[in-house]
Design a binder for this molecule. Structure first.
Ligand SMILES: [Zn+2]
Length: 79
């Protein structure tokens, strides 16, 4: 009887530990979602080569976006 009680308590203990761990995991991901990250940032398409770059790294010229200054210049010279 004592052995059965031991396994029941072990099972309950593991279940509680698992639940606490799961809640901690969910809290971690929830907090990360609120922060702006490079991966979650809005992407813009380079008007010259079509490459998608994060908006903070892209260069804009007259409403168009470019991945680099070289492409911005090349596109301007082509016109
Ligand atoms: Zn480009």
């Amino acid at each position: 009887m004592g052995r059965i009680l031991f396994f029941v308590l072990l099972g309950v203990g593991l279940y509680v530990a698992f639940r606490i761990w799961r809640v901690g995991q969910r809290r971690d991901t929830g907090g990360a979602m609120g922060k702006p990250t490079a991966a979650g940032e809005a992407m813009v398409r380079c008007d010259y080569c079509g490459l998608n770059v994060p908006k903070s790294e892209a260069l804009d010229a007259a409403g168009r976006w470019y991945c680099s200054d070289a492409h911005r210049r090349l596109e301007r010279d082509a016109r």
